[in-house]
Design a protein around this ligand. Structure first.
Ligand SMILES: Cc1cc2nc3c(=O)[nH]c(=O)nc-3n(C[C@H](O)[C@H](O)[C@H](O)COP(=O)(O)OP(=O)(O)OC[C@H]3O[C@@H](n4cnc5c(N)ncnc54)[C@H](O)[C@@H]3O)c2cc1C
Length: 357
């Protein structure tokens, strides 16, 4: 993989993230973790140079997501949602909005997040779209409930979208503190509650045609990279698995018999790291390239088995609330539900339903 130029700075960043207390409750937004990222210049990574960013390449970004997740899943996940918002702004043909927002995002002065799952993976069985877009003169009005938005209560901007009566969809940037936007209280979850994720109500949120980021078109999220089940999500899953295996390895230092179980998991993680690197650089038709969906299926399988193996190794002690192994098990299950296209979901259900054979 690309040798990242400031490798020692990056190691210092991940070391610092490991030192910080890892919040686990809905009222504990990880301000210090994000400040640590911003101090390391991470707010600039995905933003092009012309807007004050660093414009790092996709391969380097995946490498960094994986290593960040290895140090702190919570931080890597929140950061990835913020970057997804920046990338949707950056990839818009609307250069006026990009020029207006990206410099402030690059400096860390403002924070953005995404509420886009209702356009890809969430509420797909509903008869009516959860967020509608209607024309009002040359403007659009967005109405409904965005089902999931991480850190919306702490963000300035929400990249979200709605569906028109003819089925076409549009993406826009909505100022979170506008009176027409209501951020509902974040929900407590099995894990990652400190990501302060929850619903956002949109009441006649006005978007002028000149402020639309993408669309209106059918399947607006299919335009541009980084949708559900993207390589970034696999990078975060693989990094999380590696973080778990790092802890398992510490246990195995004291109990060498555990190496029998740890070693194959570590080899699997190494292979996935290689597949991720190959997928990041290879063209879509390249022979031997693992598809994004297959990679995510394998990453999901590994992250869950790694956490459960570590828990089994730590025995009852690991099952007590507050032990890092029980937390790893809870957080690994996040990957069963987050940003999973149907094929990934089906593969998880198939693996879980087959049992020992
Ligand atoms: C911690 C966390 C943070 C997240 N952060 C974000 C974020 O920042 N931005 C973002 O856009 N997304 C985010 N997501 C959303 C995520 O990517 C998925 O879209 C979401 O987990 C899908 O779950 P859902 O309950 O909305 O799915 P749905 O498919 O809507 O399922 C909801 C319920 O509907 C029922 N159901 C499902 N299918 C059918 C059917 N065919 N017929 C009848 N009933 C059915 C099931 O009982 C299910 O429990 C986050 C998710 C989590 C867990």
């Amino acid at each position: 993989m690309t040798c990242i130029p400031d490798e020692s700075d990056f190691s210092a960043l991940t070391a610092r993230l490991r030192e910080l207390a890892n919040p686990d409750a809905v009222d504990c937004w990880p301000t210090e973790h994000l400040q640590t990222l911003w101090q390391a210049g991470a707010a600039r990574w995905v933003i092009p140079r012309e807007f004050g960013g660093e414009g790092i390449d996709a391969e380097t970004l995946l490498w960094r997501y994986r290593e960040l997740a290895r140090a702190s899943l919570l931080t890597a996940f929140i950061f990835s949602q913020r970057n997804a918002a920046c990338q949707r702004i950056e990839s818009s043909a609307n250069r006026h909005i990009a020029a207006q927002l990206l410099p402030d995002l690059a400096s860390g002065r403002i924070l953005a997040t995404v509420g886009i799952s209702h356009l890809t993976t969430s509420r797909q069985h509903w008869q009516v779209p959860t967020v509608t877009a209607t024309m009002d003169g040359t403007d659009y009005l967005l109405n409904g409930v965005v089902p999931w938005a991480t850190g919306a209560g702490y963000a300035d901007l929400l990249v979200t979208g709605g569906t028109l009566a003819d089925g076409r969809q549009l993406l826009a940037v909505v100022p979170v503190r506008a009176p027409a936007v209501v951020v509902r209280p974040a929900v407590a979850m099995l894990g990652l509650s400190a990501s302060c994720t929850g619903e956002v109500e949109l009441h006649d949120v006005r978007v002028s045609a000149s402020d639309v980021l993408h669309g209106p078109i059918e399947r607006v999220m299919a335009a541009g990279a980084g949708g559900a089940g993207s390589l970034s999500t696999s990078a975060i899953a693989i990094g999380t698995a590696q973080g778990t295996l790092d802890c398992f390895a510490e246990e195995a230092e004291r109990r060498p018999e555990l190496h029998h179980y740890l070693n194959p998991l570590q080899r699997e993680a190494d292979m996935l790291v290689e597949s991720l690197a190959a997928a990041a650089v290879a063209g879509p038709a390249q022979k031997g390239r693992v598809s994004a969906e297959t990679l995510r299926q394998r990453a999901n399988s590994l992250v869950i088995r790694a956490a459960q193996s570590w828990l089994a190794a730590t025995r009852g002690a690991g099952y007590v609330s507050g032990h890092p192994a029980e937390r790893a098990v809870r957080e690994s299950l996040f990957f069963l539900v987050w940003s999973c296209p149907q094929a990934v979901l089906d593969a998880s259900l198939k693996e879980l339903s087959c049992g020992l054979s």
